[in-house]
Design a protein around this ligand. Structure first.
Ligand code: SAH
Length: 248
């Protein structure tokens, strides 16, 4: 039971500069019983500093999945949470680590969950945050709010372990029957949505960013399931067909 929740949880580190942080994150994960480490474009990996800081968690490093893009790392994930050191202007909903762990524990879908962590010097970009259903912020001194990357991984893995040990079972019954669309379905949907909005003259193809960010936020909040996603894609396909447009 403890394993089931933790096994479905991916820790995704984006563009990590210091290999020592990758090793320390692997150690934090193994201490708490997590195994799935995804590395998006690590600067230096594999590296002796990573192995040294992993200090016995080298099995986690050995099976870490190295990806070129965040999309690859999120493939198959039904819930994506971004860990952010700053309170963001973008009003993506935000949890604290305890709420975050409880919500992950309450997921009952066959798909996996990812928590993504940003670069040491600059965190996650707005584009990357746009992939997230939710943000998680570790409450801390507002004048000094940025934890070391591996320390942030530790706090979140610890909270997840606490929930897993407690055998959290509150389940949203709608999710139980219908799994949420995965991150890759959502990426394809946003591309289709952007294309369609340009086709029907709603979106300025030269300046789509703010509108698309807002729409992502809306649909990420709704977390459509697979059936709903098929309906939305069907609507877009129908809207793209010029024969369906009203005559002027
Ligand atoms: N200088 C960066 C912080 C980078 S710390 C910035 O200003 O955004 C590296 C990563 O650790 C962050 O991207 C985030 O994923 C995680 N992290 C650090 N402190 C955190 C906090 N207080 N809450 C949540 N995540 C945090």
């Amino acid at each position: 039971m403890v394993c089931a929740m933790l096994n479905k949880l991916r820790i995704v580190l984006v563009d990590t500069s210091h290999p020592g942080n990758i090793g320390a994150a692997a150690r934090a994960m193994k201490n708490m019983g997590l195994e799935q480490l995804y590395l998006v474009n690590p600067k230096l990996f594999p590296h002796a500093d990573a192995t040294a800081r992993a200090s016995g968690a080298d099995d986690i490093l050995a099976k870490a999945v190295v990806c070129e893009t965040l999309d690859e790392a999120l493939e198959g994930c039904g819930l994506v949470v971004g860990a952010s050191a700053r309170l963001r202007r973008l009003s993506i909903p935000q949890w604290n680590p305890r709420e975050c762990a409880e919500r992950i524990g309450a997921e009952n879908s066959s798909s996996e969950t990812a928590i993504i962590f940003g670069r040491e010097h600059a965190g996650l970009t707005n584009e990357e945050l746009g992939r997230c259903h939710q943000l998680v912020h570790i409450p801390c001194n507002p004048d000094y709010s940025s934890l070391n990357l591996a320390a942030a991984v530790q706090v979140l893995c610890y909270e997840c372990r606490m929930v897993a040990e407690a055998g959290f079972t509150e389940i949203d019954s709608t999710e139980k029957c219908e799994p949420p669309a995965t991150a890759d379905d959502m990426t394809r949907f946003y591309e289709h949505l952007r294309e369609t909005l340009v086709d029907i003259g709603f979106l300025d193809a030269d300046n789509p960013r703010i509108m698309m960010q807002r729409l992502r936020r809306l649909f990420n909040r709704a977390r459509p399931n697979e059936v709903e996603m098929n309906i939305l894609r069907g609507i877009l396909t129908a809207a793209q067909n010029p024969r369906n447009r009203p005559r002027k």
